[in-house]
Design a protein around this ligand. Structure first.
Ligand SMILES: C[S@@+](CC[C@H](N)C(=O)[O-])C[C@H]1O[C@@H](n2cnc3c(N)ncnc32)[C@H](O)[C@@H]1O
Length: 351
């Protein structure tokens, strides 16, 4: 192998060791004829596909898997040996990467498999320094926005640069033993459980929840465990397991039509996981704000439609701020390519 850019869109997929075949078939459906190569260490697959990087990441972020742990975009490779020389070879190979963007901070993360005279830390330092002097980008150790990944398999190093949330982390659930009836409906269910814990959402037993963009029902299922009543609004179908929950009502309609109804009553919390442009989605939340009691909780998923993540999040907040306040914004483990905004309904709404 020679140092160079990778020809195809390439990812390192880490999965549960021994479940590689299952991982292949889980990802086969997400992409157009992906190809896989087993790496020297079990649980590691090199995957190439025909899509461009952005399209592939968007599809991989959405796909539900049970055996995939991490998916790392890669763009270059170089041969390495056991000697200290390898560290500068890897640092030089980082010149080939199409980034990081000097406007945002970055961190180098090296994972080394095999026997070498050098440590991962040596590579991280050398690559970090080289990128700093080449691009003027700033290495950041806390909350870096970009990651330069160096994945080493004995005599080859793969390098990739990506926005932190383009490195996809999924939960390996295949081997987990769920108690009867405890298996989650989908990843969205895990996402809301994580949001409730992270933002310490107080959900009282007598509360009413409005869940817009509810299908197939992961969020409604979670909400139904905490509150008295859930309105699950979505033109799509609810999973039968959710339809059969007594305190969940499926309103098979678009959220925009709610304001024309006179039977909604007042809600204590509104959750919005609609797959919609963030500005439109925020506008729908403003439209339904009169149905939420003052001080009521609002949770919104911002679906990143482009790479302008900050802009999407800011534009959504600008619109939301007409009706909501006290925003907390973050990313949760279960929602790659998305951000979560939590806020409260304002005491009074502008006319
Ligand atoms: C990512 S899924 C939601 C997953 C859901 N939170 C769960 O836990 O299973 C997005 C949903 O938004 C719904 N959606 C899109 N536009 C909508 C609208 N205008 N009103 C209501 N739902 C909408 C889609 O039908 C889709 O089911």
């Amino acid at each position: 192998m020679k140092t160079g850019l990778l020809q195809d869109t390439t990812f390192l997929v880490t999965c549960a060791a021994g479940w590689e075949q299952r991982t292949r078939s889980e990802l086969w459906h997400a992409l157009d004829h992906p190809r896989f190569r087993q790496m020297i260490l079990r649980g590691n697959l090199l995957m190439t596909c025909r899509e461009d990087m952005d399209t592939a990441i968007a599809r991989l972020a959405e796909v539900e898997t049970e055996t995939v742990g991490r998916i790392v975009p890669l763009q270059a490779a170089c041969p390495v040996d056991q000697s200290m020389d390898a560290v500068s070879v890897i640092a030089e190979a980082s010149d080939l990467l199409p980034g990081p963007d000097p406007e945002a901070g970055f961190k180098v993360l090296c994972s080394r498999r095999g026997h070498h005279e050098w440590r991962s830390r040596d590579v991280e330092t050398a690559v970090g320094k080289r990128i700093e002097s080449r691009l003027g980008a700033l290495a950041e150790y806390k909350n870096p926005e970009q990651i330069v990944a160096v994945e080493i398999f004995q005599d080859v190093a793969y390098l990739g640069v990506a926005w932190a949330d383009e490195i996809l982390h999924k939960e390996i659930t295949r081997m987990r033993k769920w108690a009867p009836g405890q298996r989650p409906l989908n990843r969205a269910e895990l996402k809301l459980r994580e949001i409730i814990e992270r933002y310490d959402l107080a959900l009282s037993e007598d509360a009413r929840a409005l869940d817009i963009g509810a299908s197939p029902g992961g969020w409604s299922k979670v909400l139904s465990e905490h509150v008295a009543e859930v309105w699950a609004v979505d033109p799509g179908e609810l999973d039968e397991r959710v339809l059969s929950i007594p305190n969940v009502t499926h309103v098979r309609a678009r959220a925009e039509t709610l304001v024309d109804r006179d039977d909604t009553g007042v809600f204590d919390i509104v959750t919005n996981d609609m797959n919609m442009d963030p500005e439109r989605s925020a506008q729908v939340l403003c439209d339904v704000a009169p149905l939420l009691k003052p001080g009521g909780t609002m949770v919104m998923t911002v679906k990143f439609m482009t790479r302008m993540r900050r802009r999407h999040s800011k534009e959504a907040q600008d619109i939301l701020s007409r009706c909501y306040e006290g925003f907390e914004v973050g990313r949760v483990k279960h929602n790659a390519k998305e951000a979560t905004i939590v806020g409260r309904r304002k005491a009074t709404l502008d006319a």
